[in-house]
Design a protein around this ligand. Structure first.
Ligand SMILES: NC(=O)c1ccc[n+]([C@@H]2O[C@H](COP(=O)([O-])OP(=O)(O)OC[C@H]3O[C@@H](n4cnc5c(N)ncnc54)[C@H](OP(=O)(O)O)[C@@H]3O)[C@@H](O)[C@H]2O)c1
Length: 256
């Protein structure tokens, strides 16, 4: 049986573009109230205008101390949280930049876990709720020049596995979302952070491994309706990642 989402509230981070914005649209269409957040206020206001009265924009940086707490304080009665904000970094080991590496972990791991923790406190008391953490297919195996990114997504997945068991008794679900390459601003943002004009990562991702953000949003919505531990949009990639885990020697074969 599906959970009724009508009138329930979801907080979505990284909602000014890509997967976050598409998920806000899908959740609104399903009758949910959305609290959307990201740093670019103009984008959020534009999306909130499109989605109507059931959408509340709150602009800010989730890595700023206190901002996640502010989000939870402002968000009365949250049913679900989608910790989706994240960025990549095209960087070889010999280009290692400690500050950039830490910034990436601050956003992709610490901010997501802090938000999950703050939301869980409310959810545990109500004995219902759903925490979704956006990882990647790259939480299961790694590609070159993206060690910080792959490491952050693997860490987030491991954390999710632990808190999933922890929260089970409180009837709070924890799911990880594992997109394959998705046509968003992600690649350009990763490249520009690394001082590059274009993304090697994107160039090396075959077209059959690319999808639209709407496809991820639909899968997230299905998971809200029928909770499950992991959200995948590509069975092939799920299978490949399982093979890479079982036979790590083959993991580098498909990357140039
Ligand atoms: N695109 C892919 O191929 C792909 C594949 C697997 C997983 N993912 C994951 O999917 C998630 C969403 O990425 P996307 O593809 O939709 O890329 P995107 O379009 O670049 O979206 C990233 C979002 O994160 C927000 N953000 C970045 N830094 C932030 C901060 N410090 N505080 C608050 N918000 C922040 C950005 O908004 P502002 O700049 O306005 O703050 C933006 O809304 C990420 O976790 C990413 O790792 C993406």
């Amino acid at each position: 049986m599906s959970i009724s989402l009508q009138g329930k509230t979801i907080l979505i981070t990284g909602a000014s573009s890509g997967i976050g914005a598409a998920t806000a649209r899908a959740c609104t269409d399903a009758g949910m109230n959305c609290i959307i957040t990201a740093r670019r206020e103009d984008r959020l206001l534009q999306l909130a205008k499109e989605l109507g009265d059931t959408c509340i924009p709150i602009a800010g940086d989730v890595t700023e101390p206190g901002f996640n707490a502010h989000l939870i304080d402002q968000s009365n009665n949250i049913y679900a949280v989608f910790a989706n904000a994240g960025h990549g970094l095209d960087q070889r080991l010999i280009e290692f930049d400690a500050e950039q590496f830490k910034q990436l972990f601050d956003l992709n791991v610490f901010a997501a876990v802090e938000l999950a923790s703050l939301a869980a406190t409310q959810m545990v008391n109500k004995k219902e709720g759903h925490i979704l953490l956006c990882t990647s297919c790259l939480s299961k195996f790694s590609v070159p020049q993206n060690s910080a990114y792959c490491g952050s997504k693997a860490a987030l997945e491991a954390i999710a596995k632990s808190i999933r068991i922890e929260l089970r008794k409180s009837k709070v679900c924890v799911s990880t979302v594992h997109p394959i390459g998705t046509t968003t601003e992600f690649f350009l943002e990763s490249a520009s952070r690394s001082g590059k004009d274009s993304s090697e990562f994107e160039k090396n991702t075959p077209a059959w491994l690319m999808q639209s953000p709407e496809k991820v949003a639909d899968a997230v919505l299905k998971c809200l309706l029928k909770p499950k531990p992991e959200v995948w949009t590509s069975f092939t990639m799920r299978l490949i990642s399982t093979l890479f885990s079982a036979f790590p020697r083959f993991a580098g074969l498909f990357t140039r």
